[in-house]
Write a protein that binds this ligand. Sequence first.
Ligand SMILES: [Zn+2]
Length: 218
Amino acid sequence: MKIRRVEVGAYQTNCYMVEQDSTRILIDPGDADGQVLPFLERQSFRPDAILVTHGHQDHYGDVSAICTAYDVPVYFPEEEVGYLAESSRQGSLWDTGKREAFMRILQTHGRFVKDGEIVRIGTIAFEARMIAHHTRAGMCLYDAENKVIFTGDNLFRGSIGRTDLYKGDTKGLCDGIRKKILPLPDDIKVYPGHGEPTSVGIERRTNYYLTHDPEALW
Ligand SMILES: [Zn+2]
């Protein structure tokens, strides 16, 4: 599995270009006002599918343009669909037009993923592990064979996703990470939604949010 990380847009969201054999997928294209598609074209990277970890615009903003160009499925957590519709409660942080464009694309190209489901695209297979409380259901994508997990905005190197937005809760997010990510082997490489890669072992030993009692954090 070949993994390339590109930081996209104002929030420097990690867009992952993943290749295995002849299968190519895009995880969290990001939001760059339509500039991700011409970037992919320049790289001659034509994805077979797009996977979006959760319903925040800095991860999905450019999905509709890419999906329209390539006519490929968009994998998205089933439980997160309602979150998108409700996310106007997040105020002015997100652009309504981009959200509506993404929701329309999900109606035609959406593949809705449940917790524990195996997502198979060509030769790539991920176990989906949903974690609540960054949003409603942030999707982690775990591949035991390649020893990788894409964690979206649940777990970062030395930190966790922000919990001040709609449906956010620090204790709940820490509990979810402890249950769904920390039991994995030390050498599983972690590819987060923002920032540099890390490993499960490093985060279990050193991540402040996971080595302290979340009740005592605030
Ligand atoms: Zn997010």
